[in-house]
Ligand binder design. Structure first.
Ligand SMILES: C[S@@+](CC[C@H](N)C(=O)[O-])C[C@H]1O[C@@H](n2cnc3c(N)ncnc32)[C@H](O)[C@@H]1O
Length: 227
C-alpha cells in the first residue's frame, strides 16, 4: 500500500487532533478539570501531563494491576489522580514533591478527588525521599516526572524500588526532538542524554521511548520494564 504523503503540521493541528481523539475516548471530568483550575488559581505552572497522557498512565497501571505506585514530581496532583484512580481499594500511591505550595495544592486536589486515603504526598527533595524508602516493600509502577537533570539518580533508585516485571516511566524525554539534536544543550536535555547513555548498557531493564505529540507539544515517555 502506498504510504500517505506527510503534510506540514503545526502544533495547533496536533492540539486539535488530541482534543478530537479525547472527545471519543475520554469523558469530560469535573474533578480533573477542577484540579487544573485550582492549580492555576494557586499560580502553579501549566506543566502537568496532558489528558491523553494521564489516561495512558492510568491504563498502564491497570494493565499490570498495580497496587503500589511511586511518583517523583507531584505538582498539583493531576497525574497523581490519574494513577491513584487505577488502584484497587487496598492500593497505595506515594508521590514526592520538593515545593511546599505544590504539595499543599496537590493535597487539596487529592482530597477533592476522594483519594487522600490512598495517595500520600511526601514533601522534600525527591532523591532523598526515595533513598528513605525501603526496598522490602516494592512498587509495581514508578513514574519519574521531577527535575530532569536528576533523571539518572531517580532512575537508579527506581530500579532498587520497583518489583521484577514492574514498570518505570520517565516523562519529557523527547523535548521537541531537541534531545537528539547535537546543536542543542541545556541541563534538562543533558539529564535525558545521561539517562539514555546509562540505559544503553543496562541489562536490568528493557525499554523504549514512546514519542507523544498533542496538547503539550512534541515530547515522549521512556517506558521500561524491570527484568
Ligand atoms: C513536571 S512537574 C510534575 C507534573 C505532575 N507529575 C503532573 O503531570 O501532574 C515537576 C514537579 O517536580 C517538582 N520537583 C522539582 N525538583 C524536585 C526535586 N528535587 N524533588 C522533588 N520534586 C521536585 C516540581 O516542584 C514540580 O512540581
Amino acid at each position: 500500500m502506498a504510504r500517505q504523503q506527510p503534510k506540514a503540521t503545526t502544533i495547533e493541528d496536533w492540539i486539535r487532533s488530541d482534543v478530537y481523539h479525547n472527545s471519543f475516548l475520554i469523558p469530560q471530568d469535573p474533578i480533573l478539570e477542577g484540579t487544573l483550575k485550582n492549580s492555576a488559581a494557586n499560580g502553579l505552572p501549566d506543566i502537568a501531563v496532558s489528558t491523553s497522557q494521564g489516561k495512558f498512565l492510568n491504563l498502564q497501571a491497570r494493565s499490570i494491576q498495580a497496587k503500589r505506585i511511586l511518583e517523583v514530581g507531584t505538582l498539583g496532583g493531576y497525574s497523581t489522580i490519574w494513577l491513584g484512580r487505577a488502584l484497587p481499594d487496598d492500593g497505595e500511591l506515594i508521590t514526592l514533591e520538593v515545593d511546599e505550595k505544590h504539595a499543599r495544592v496537590a493535597e487539596e486536589n487529592l482530597s477533592d478527588a476522594g483519594l487522600s486515603s490512598k495517595c500520600k504526598v511526601i514533601l522534600g527533595p525527591g532523591y532523598e525521599s526515595m533513598r528513605n524508602l525501603s526496598s522490602e516493600n516494592k512498587f509495581d509502577l514508578i513514574f519519574i516526572d521531577a527535575d530532569k537533570p536528576s533523571n539518572l539518580k531517580y532512575y537508579t533508585e527506581a530500579k532498587r524500588l520497583v518489583r521484577k516485571g514492574g514498570v518505570i516511566i520517565v516523562d519529557n524525554v523527547v523535548r521537541f526532538g531537541r534531545v537528539a539534536d547535537p546543536e542543542e544543550s541545556s541541563p534538562n536535555i543533558e539529564g535525558v542524554r545521561q539517562l539514555l547513555q546509562y540505559m544503553k548498557g543496562d541489562k536490568v531493564v528493557d525499554a523504549t521511548t514512546i514519542a507523544t505529540v498533542g496538547q503539550k507539544g512534541y515530547d515522549g515517555f521512556i517506558y521500561a520494564i524491570r527484568n
